[in-house]
Design a protein around this ligand. Structure first.
Ligand code: ATP
Ligand code: MG
Length: 261
């Protein structure tokens, strides 16, 4: 698909303040954060340990509440939603990928991917079909019956990416998605995320310690002491959808139609 910016604000944060207070100390984890993210963007977030990256993802996704400021997702203020609405909204609109996979060990790859759909009351047959399609997309169709313990780190992370994508969320938040992987596998996972962004238009916000990986995203946000200190755009960004990925998508369509037959 083309290199067109879709001028639709998917996230808008203004003056966000997050304070963690324990008996001994008070930490300003987020210090007046304002940020806008357009649909289809892929942004990396970097910064030293403790600067507030995870807190930022947790607040933007509504997993954690803020002390001041507003966060709107697709125009809706998440602080004004009650818990039930917030959970339903998260389940439908947001995908999560974490460092340590968080797969259920007693379910195989496909069942792990189906789970969010079944929880959202999608019919089992439809859930199966959609899970298979995304597993194919992340290159794991042949591994669908394997248990997490029978998969490599990179394969497990692919399963969590498939799980995050299966309900077609508006945005995927990833916190150190390659943190537990070797550098070659990290690059492969980053390739996959970039392809999904370029070819499917999925919006990603990715926290990483790895500057080499962060440099591959079109936009890079630097944080320090709970603040955004730099917001840099890479003008030379290549939007071209790689041929290999298009082939995989064709194979996926073929695979799904064969399954139906
Ligand atoms: N639940 C909590 N209670 C108290 N303080 C917290 C809590 N969670 C985070 N903090 C503090 O908030 C600050 C930001 O933490 P955060 O986890 O967002 O950092 P980070 O940038 O993700 O770091 P890392 O790169 O190590 O994952 C830190 O000083 C941390 O100690
Ligand atoms: Mg963190």
């Amino acid at each position: 698909m083309g290199g067109i910016d879709i001028p639709e604000t998917i996230i808008k944060a203004e003056g966000v303040l997050k304070v963690y207070e324990t008996e001994e100390l008070k930490v300003n984890a987020l210090n007046s954060i304002s940020l806008e993210l357009q649909a289809g963007e892929m942004v990396s977030v970097v910064g030293p340990s403790g600067c507030g990256k995870t807190t930022l993802l947790n607040c933007l996704s509504g997993l954690d509440s803020v002390n001041a400021g507003t966060i709107k997702i697709a125009g809706e203020d998440i602080s004004k939603m009650d818990d039930t609405r917030k959970s339903a909204y998260r389940a439908r609109s947001i995908g999560f990928v974490f460092q340590f996979y968080n797969l259920l060990p007693v379910l195989n790859a496909q069942e792990n991917v189906e789970l969010p759909l079944l929880l959202a009351r999608v019919k089992p047959e439809e859930a199966r079909k959609r899970a298979l399609a995304v597993l194919e997309q992340v290159g794991l169709a042949d591994w669908r019956c394997h248990m997490p313990s029978e998969l490599s780190g990179g394969q497990r992370q692919r399963v969590t990416i498939a799980r995050a994508l299966v309900n077609k969320p508006a945005i995927v938040f990833a916190d150190e998605p390659t943190g537990d992987l070797d550098s070659k596998t990290s690059r492969e996972i980053m390739d996959l995320l970039l392809d999904l962004n370029r070819c499917e238009g999925t919006t990603f916000m990715i926290v990483t310690h790895d500057n080499e990986l962060a440099d591959r995203t079109r936009r890079k946000i630097f944080m320090k002491d709970g603040m955004i200190v730099e917001d840099k755009r890479n003008q030379d960004y290549d939007f071209t959808c790689p041929a290999a990925f298009s082939d995989a998508r064709l194979a996926q369509k073929d695979f799904v139609s064969r399954k139906k037959a």
